[in-house]
Design a protein around this ligand. Structure first.
Ligand SMILES: [Zn+2]
Length: 272
């Protein structure tokens, strides 16, 4: 089985308090900011003669226009974050979109060669009747949905239904819950199976019983999605949440002098 390096690359930030991050609020309403990430899965095999597999990017973030419209702060544009880690966006061939929310599916012109991996149910959801509800549709960006629709007609979308393999050691798994076609990505690393959970849990704290994030399509499915994602991971420590600043605090940096990038294929606290 090939092993991969997995990078969590922060591109944006939002200051907010805890009551916004839990269904029913939080009685201890202190600061609880969100970080925004894209993730990169990189072939870790350095043996001579080995031809490196293509890098797989998970989610594409949002751009400056979108950040301005929604009052988010970009700390390092997605393109810069990738380039700083030796990844040229114009060479990327595979992108997994965990779900179509604006903060996971923007920057749609950044990857001219990429095929996009998406669940059937997500595309149906974000082009269907639920988008008429402002609380649901408002988290999607019509431009990003239109761009993905165009990619369908260009033959650049690879649809998945349920659990499927993208490459040896990289699989996608439909979990639903947060959005109807939400998928997580399972990657084989030197420490075992890491699960990029994306918004299955925005924060580690959303995994605690009775503390879901307040945006979901189906609450029961949300809880079941977390259970399935955790089962796919080698241990709870192998689950990576979607927006938690603790990921950067817990995991080693990718490189000295480069902040905002964590190596989640390594154990928390391990040194690079
Ligand atoms: Zn998100």
């Amino acid at each position: 089985m090939p092993t991969y390096e997995v990078l969590a690359i922060r591109y944006a930030h939002l200051e907010r308090t805890a009551r916004h991050n839990f269904l029913g609020g939080d009685e201890h309403d202190g600061p609880m900011p969100l970080d925004y990430y894209v993730w990169a899965i990189v072939d870790a095999d350095r043996t001579p003669g080995h031809t490196a597999r293509n890098t797989v990017i998970v989610d594409t973030g949002f751009d400056h226009d979108s950040a301005q419209r929604r009052g988010r702060q970009i700390v390092r544009p997605v393109a810069e974050g990738l380039t700083a880690n030796g990844i040229s966006p114009d060479k990327v061939e595979h992108i997994v979109i965990s779900h179509m929310h604006y903060d996971h599916a923007g920057n749609h012109e950044l990857f001219p060669r990429a095929r996009y991996h998406l669940q059937d149910a997500e595309m149906a959801y974000c082009t269907g009747r639920c988008m008429l509800e402002p609380e649901v549709g408002g988290v999607f960006d019509a431009g990003a949905v239109a761009a993905m629709t165009r990619k369908v007609f260009e033959g650049r979308v690879q649809f998945h239904e349920g659990d499927e393999e993208i490459a040896p050691g990289i699989t996608v798994h439909k979990v639903g819950g947060h959005t109807r076609g939400m998928q997580v990505v399972r990657v084989f690393t030197a420490r075992g199976w890491v699960v990029l959970g994306s918004d299955t849990a925005h924060f580690y704290a959303n995994l605690e019983p009775g503390r879901p994030f307040p945006i979901f399509d189906d609450l029961a499915a949300y809880v079941q999605a977390q259970r399935k994602a955790l089962q796919l991971a080698s241990s709870p420590q192998h689950f990576i949440p979607g927006h938690d600043p603790l990921v950067l605090a817990r995991y080693p940096g990718a490189r000295a002098g480069l902040d905002g990038v964590a190596r989640v294929d390594l154990a928390p606290g391990e040194r690079t």
